[in-house]
Design a binder for this molecule. Structure first.
Ligand code: SF4
Length: 461
């Protein structure tokens, strides 16, 4: 048979290697470089119970795992960091094995989960513990009703990992030396109040089940919650929120009971014309490995849609190249890059926050590098309870002093909400102004005046 060669005219030059980096997922038994896991085989490492059992919770457990991969100075820094952290620490072996131990101080996984005393910065002077004021919008324990048609259900306060920057550091995880945690409703009996409240509010169509983390719900409780909410006629959409796929993807692969329970709720919802999806929380491209891809394929095969909500974190994903790589890697493993949030104004992690301008610049860079439906929305969850605002929708942004004013007419009409850039990212002159309370008050008042008449009351975090 004669083969005809068709000559195709390429208008674009060949793509460079950087265009393929998102496909370059970590392969093989990458965990064996950590001394404690050097003899751990694949079956054991993929066992979610083994991962939970060996999660690191204290400085000594960390040292036991990594041994001479860290210096005595680093270890002392960690020990001091643990003492000063508002969040308890829990890091899975999976996450620990993704850290580059030749440079742990700057590693994006270490920055998220392992506190160091030496990198701490003073909190912003206007920061409070529950910066989103979730407790003000909580009609019954464990339920937040802020937006008209949506409620946030918090049925537990534990997670498979504790993120240093957690918005709910006021409630999540065990008490620490610095914070006594607020109680959430944690038992099926206590959840009934939340179900009753939702049933009595016909405007609520959308429920986020978070926590804590739905990875930690036993399969039978996941089924109980899923069915109870599906049985409420006006509930149309549900999202199970979990950080799990980012730090322990093997649970999808080996916790068959949990995975089947999720599938059954999703399938039952679909049969009722209701949308049930999984929301997850990847922040660094390194969190996505061959294990993640395998787990995400399993979810995809069962028709379970996964959306991602990242947090914009300094030193983790705050450069155009890293944010673009994260977005492309997410879509490569069939996870929809839905949101990139500004880091909330959370106690004890000021070195992880960055500016509103950074978010605006990242959005500009990422948009156009892939399909629009896979381009995340860059969001500021307005401190004080204003809800999620498009990053560009501020009423006024004083870049010099790092004061950004948002209003939210459909959430809290007539009120203004202010996000503050971290002080250390401002000029020395602006930093000096923030050091004097009266001057800071004047700067905020001036920003509100310039924001115009959109609001008549200021709500600070
Ligand atoms: S997994 Fe979510 S709820 Fe849990 S500590 Fe992290 S951010 Fe907070």
């Amino acid at each position: 048979m004669n083969e005809t060669t068709i000559e195709i005219k390429h208008l674009k030059p060949p793509a460079g290697p950087e265009q393929f980096e998102h496909r370059n997922l970590k392969q093989g038994e990458f965990w064996r470089h950590v001394p404690a896991y050097k003899d751990v085989d694949e079956t054991t490492f993929l066992d979610h119970l083994w991962q939970q059992k060996h999660a690191v919770k204290t400085p000594d457990e960390l040292l036991d795992a990594i041994k001479d991969l860290c210096t005595p100075e680093f270890f002392a820094d960690v020990a001091d960091g643990f003492k000063r952290a508002p969040m308890a620490v829990r890091v899975s072996p999976y996450a620990l094995s993704l850290i580059d131990w030749s440079d742990p101080v700057n590693d994006p996984i270490r920055r998220q989960f392992v506190p160091l005393a030496s990198t701490l910065l003073p909190d912003h002077p206007r920061l409070t513990l529950d910066s989103l004021h979730e407790q003000d919008d909580s009609p019954v324990p464990g339920l937040v009703h802020r937006y008209v048609d949506k409620a946030l259900f918090l049925p537990l306060n534990t997670c498979p990992v504790y993120c240093r920057f957690c918005t709910r550091s006021y409630a999540i995880g065990p008490d620490t030396e610095n914070v006594d945690k607020v109680g959430l409703a944690k038992t099926p009996k206590q959840w009934e109040q939340a179900f009753q409240y939702i049933a009595e509010r016909p405007e609520i169509e959308d429920i986020v089940i978070s926590g804590g983390d739905t990875y930690q719900l036993p399969a039978k409780n996941l089924t109980l919650i899923g069915n109870a909410l599906l049985d409420i006629p006006h509930v149309r959409r549900m999202r199970f929120a979990t950080k799990g796929p980012a730090i322990m993807p093997m649970k999808i692969i080996t916790d068959t009971a949990w995975f089947d329970a999720l599938t059954q709720v999703v399938d039952r919802g679909r049969s009722m014309g209701k949308d049930v999806v999984l929301h997850t929380h990847f922040n660094a491209p390194e969190e996505i490995t061959w294990i993640t891809q395998k787990a995400m394929n399993m979810l995809f095969e069962r028709g379970i849609f996964v959306r991602n909500q990242s947090v914009l974190i300094r030193g983790v994903n705050d450069t155009p190249e890293r944010m673009q790589l994260l977005v492309k890697r997410l879509e490569y493993v069939n996870v929809h890059p839905y949101y990139v949030y500004m880091h909330d104004m959370v106690k004890g992690v000021e070195e992880l926050r960055t500016t509103i301008q950074t978010s605006i610049d990242l959005e500009k860079f990422v948009r156009g590098s892939t399909a629009g439906f896979n381009t995340p929305l860059f969001i500021c969850d307005a401190p004080g309870g204003g809800g999620k605002r498009d990053i560009h929708s501020f009423d006024y942004y004083d870049r010099e002093n790092g004061i950004c004013v948002y209003t939210a007419p459909s959430v809290k009409k007539g009120k203004a909400f202010v996000y503050f850039d971290p002080v250390d990212k401002l000029s020395p002159e602006a930093q000096a102004r923030w050091a004097v309370k009266e001057i800071a008050d004047q700067m905020i008042a001036e920003a509100l005046r310039k924001a115009g008449d959109a609001a008549d009351e200021l709500v600070l975090a």
